[in-house]
Design a protein around this ligand. Structure first.
Ligand code: APR
Length: 269
């Protein structure tokens, strides 16, 4: 399923919408920011469902957990096509990540719930206890047989030295990055805490997600059902648009930077 981009709003509309979003943030006590791959595209990481995105080039059915553990060819494809060069060390947070970290520094951020595995919210300065990584992270790789853990950088070196499918040095078991593949359960403690934060917040801000992958996509609904306001910053439509108080069709970096600048002015005024 691919989503066509809508035309981004003009600057004047963006400014008006950013002003309204900053007002909601100024009056909120517990802001949860929920991010997807769209918050990282301006860092050079392609998203999944935009034209040209990952699932435009590969079939997600080929990359399920079941196939990963049962087929060597799937493991080769995952390592060589999806993971080897995707999250290089050179990838840096972009203005959207920095704006979200600024929300934390303004003491307005309850937490970030992210579907991304790139750790860019941590790199941008949001403390670990305020980032819930629903789909895990690429920082570490674990042996599915003996549990031995490796830093991803070490495995990448082996891949770039020519290894096709890295296996465990200790037991030659299957190595898998600590991320959630299709068909795999989400880390239940992380999901439980993220659900609780969504239900307790008074403002839920979606940044760069198509909101079509469950159970993550249930969280904005939990927040609204519990009385929170909803802001969606996304270049294309989402199934939650009908329940949003504000929808901003703009690039995450520009929109979030403008909103946080306005919020900081309101808070210092
Ligand atoms: N600014 C704003 N929105 C953007 C930007 C940007 N710079 N770039 C992309 N977008 C929007 C796209 O229009 C799209 O609607 O971000 C959304 C990204 O959606 P997806 O590619 O579906 O990514 P995501 O929602 O994170 O996918 C969820 O699916 O494949 C699985 O595990 C994977 O975590 C991922 C999950």
């Amino acid at each position: 399923m691919l989503f066509n981009r809508e035309k981004p709003v003009d600057d004047q509309t963006l400014d008006r919408l950013a002003e309204r979003a900053a007002d909601l943030m100024a009056g909120a006590k517990r802001i949860v920011v929920f991010t997807g791959a769209g918050v990282s595209t301006e860092s050079g990481i392609p998203d999944f469902r935009s034209p040209g995105g990952i699932w435009d080039r590969f079939d997600p059915d080929d990359f399920t957990y079941q196939k990963f553990i049962s087929e060597a060819e799937t493991r080769r494809k995952q390592w060589q096509l999806l993971w080897k060069d995707r999250l290089t060390e050179t990838v840096q947070p972009n203005p959207a990540h920095h704006a979200i970290a600024e929300l934390h520094r303004l003491h307005k951020l309850d937490c970030v719930i992210t579907q991304n595995v790139d750790s860019l919210h941590l790199t941008a300065g949001v403390p670990e206890d305020k980032v819930f990584e629903l789909h895990g992270s690429m920082r570490r790789v674990t042996c599915l047989q003996c549990g031995r853990q490796y830093p991803m950088a070490e495995i990448k070196k082996r891949l770039h030295a020519g290894e096709d499918v890295p296996d465990c040095e200790a037991c030659h078991g299957i190595l898998k990055p600590d991320i959630v593949l299709f068909g795999e359960m989400l880390p239940d403690r992380v999901l439980a805490e993220a659900t609780s934060r969504a239900e307790k917040c008074d403002l839920f801000v979606v940044v760069g997600s198509s909101l079509v992958v469950y159970p993550a996509a249930l969280l904005p609904g939990y927040a609204v059902d519990s009385g929170a306001r909803l802001i969606i910053i996304n270049l294309s439509e989402t199934p939650m648009d009908g329940r949003a108080n504000i929808i901003i069709r703009a690039k995450a970096g520009e929109a979030m930077t403008r909103i946080i600048q306005k919020l900081a002015e309101k808070m210092s005024g």
